[in-house]
Write a protein that binds this ligand. Structure first.
Ligand code: HPA
Length: 280
C-alpha cells in the first residue's frame, strides 16, 4: 500500500464511522484477547461492525469480537475497538495499524491499549495487570515496522523518538487508581513477537535475558503509529499465563487458558479503566 492508498482508506473509514455516529471521541480504547466484555460499560453506544467499514481488518481469532463501540464512559467519549487483527492472521502492518490511523483522523489524542500477555518476569503471576513501560519490537527491529515506506510529514517525523512513548503521567494515574482500589499494578517491558506459535523454552530464556517482562503478539505496531502521530499512550497487559522455560510438569499452554484468565481479570481492569477515564 502506498501512503496515498493508506490515506484514502483512512478517509473512507472515517466517513463511514461519521455516518454511523455523531459522537466525537477523544479517547481510543483497544480491547485484546478475552477482554471484549469491557465494552459493556459504554453508555448509549453507537455500534459499528468491522465489516461495515471499508478497509477495516477483521479479527479471525476466538475471543475477539469485531465491532467499534462508541459512546460515553465516566463522562468521556470513548471509541472502543472490540477485538483486533494480528500480523499472524496474514494481514500486513498497514492493515493492522489502520484502526489507529483512523482514530487519529477522528481527532482522538489518547490511546489506551490492552492485551493478553505471557509473564516472563518470575515475580509476576497469572491474573496480574502490567503497565507497559517500554517495549522490544522484534518485528520492527527486523524490518517489519509499520512506518516503513514514504513518510507523511503532516502526521509525524521520519524518525520518531521512541523514548517516553508510554506516557508517564498516564502510568502514574493508573498506579493511583489501582492504589485507591486496593490493588497494585506491575510495570515492565513488553516483547512483541509475531506468533501464532507460543515461545520455545530457548526463546523464553532469550527474552528474559534481553530484559523482557512479558511477551505478546499485538499492540506494538499500533503504539508505533500512535507515537509517530504524537498521541498519548497507555498500555496495559493482562498477564494470562506464565511464559517460563520450566513450567510445572503437566502444564500445557493454550489459547483457552489465555481467554479464561483474561475473563477473571476483567472486573479489576474495568475498575482501573473507569478510574483512569474519570480523571483524564
Ligand atoms: N506468549 C505470547 N503471547 C501471548 C502469551 C504468551 O505466553 N500469552 C498471551 N499472549
Amino acid at each position: 500500500m502506498t501512503t496515498t492508498d493508506i490515506n484514502q482508506t483512512v478517509e473512507m473509514a472515517v466517513a463511514t464511522i461519521r455516518q454511523h455516529t455523531s459522537y466525537q471521541p477523544t479517547v481510543g480504547l483497544v480491547l485484546g484477547s478475552g477482554l471484549s466484555e469491557l465494552a459493556n460499560s459504554i453508555q448509549e453506544p453507537d455500534i459499528i461492525a468491522y465489516d461495515q467499514i471499508p478497509g477495516w481488518p477483521q479479527s479471525t481469532v476466538v475471543g475477539h469480537s469485531g465491532r467499534l463501540v462508541i459512546g460515553q464512559m465516566e463522562g468521556k467519549t470513548v471509541l472502543v475497538q472490540q477485538g483486533r487483527a494480528h500480523y499472524y492472521e496474514g494481514y500486513g502492518m498497514e492493515q493492522i495499524t489502520l484502526p489507529v490511523r483512523v482514530m487519529r483522523a477522528l481527532g482522538i489524542q489518547t490511546l489506551i491499549v490492552t492485551n493478553a500477555a505471557g509473564g516472563i518476569n518470575p515475580n509476576f503471576s497469572p491474573g496480574d495487570l502490567m503497565l507497559i513501560a517500554d517495549h522490544i519490537n522484534f518485528l520492527g527491529l527486523a524490518g517489519l515496522n509499520p512506518l516503513r515506506g514514504p513518510n507523511d510529514e503532516s502526521v509525524g517525523p521520519r524518525f520518531p523518538d521512541m523514548i517516553g512513548t508510554y506516557t508517564l503521567p498516564l502510568r502514574q494515574l493508573a498506579h493511583q487508581v489501582a492504589a485507591a482500589n486496593n490493588f497494585s499494578l506491575q510495570e515492565g517491558t513488553y516483547a512483541y513477537v509475531a506468533g501464532p506459535s507460543f515461545e520455545t523454552p530457548a526463546e523464553l530464556r532469550f527474552l528474559r535475558t534481553v530484559g523482557a517482562d512479558a511477551v505478546g503478539m499485538s499492540t506494538v505496531p499500533t503504539v508505533v503509529v500512535a507515537r509517530h502521530a504524537g498521541m498519548k499512550i497507555l498500555g496495559i497487559s493482562s498477564i494470562t499465563n506464565m511464559a517460563v522455560p520450566d513450567p510445572k510438569p503437566g502444564t500445557v499452554l493454550d489459547h483457552e487458558e489465555v481467554l479464561e484468565t483474561g475473563k477473571q481479570i476483567i472486573p479489576r481492569l474495568t475498575v482501573l479503566l473507569k478510574g483512569i477515564l474519570q480523571q483524564l
